[in-house]
Design a protein around this ligand. Sequence first.
Ligand SMILES: [Cu+2]
Length: 182
Amino acid sequence: MNFAYGVIAIVGVLAAIILGFIAVAPDDIIQPRMIPVEEMVVVSEPTTIVEPEPEAEPEPEAEPEPEAEPEPEAEPEPEAETSPMTLTISIPKGVGVPGCEETNECYSPYEISVAVGTTVTWINDDIAAHTVTSGNFPEHDGLFDSSIFMSGETFEITFSDAGTFDYYCFVHPWMAGTVNVE
Ligand SMILES: [Cu+2]
């Protein structure tokens, strides 16, 4: 019988201790039980992954209308050229001896047409000296005369009046040419 009393006594002591704890700090005992429950509730809730609604695709920005290509600026029309304002005539090699007149090659070109205001330059490409003398041999009309100019030298005239200007070389009378100014 002592054993039974002993057990009862122990149980009673334990019960008293437990009741004492509860009395002293009931929350310490109650809360630990409630927290797991809440946690379980939380855990057991199916996790619904809220899929973010697909963002409405942004409307493609209206492509900027290609800017109208600027019309290429009209290139300035080249001023009407009736003829180059400068022109060179060569006195070819070998014209110091007769023969070039047969093919009109004593001045090259031997005849030209230019606009008023054109500057004509003769260059002596021969080894001999020559002239550009206005008129028709042997009549020098006095309009212009280069006088003798040497190999490699030049002589130029700006024709400011219209007309037909014949010229020759007074050293070599067979040499003749014409400038038509229009
Ligand atoms: Cu000559």
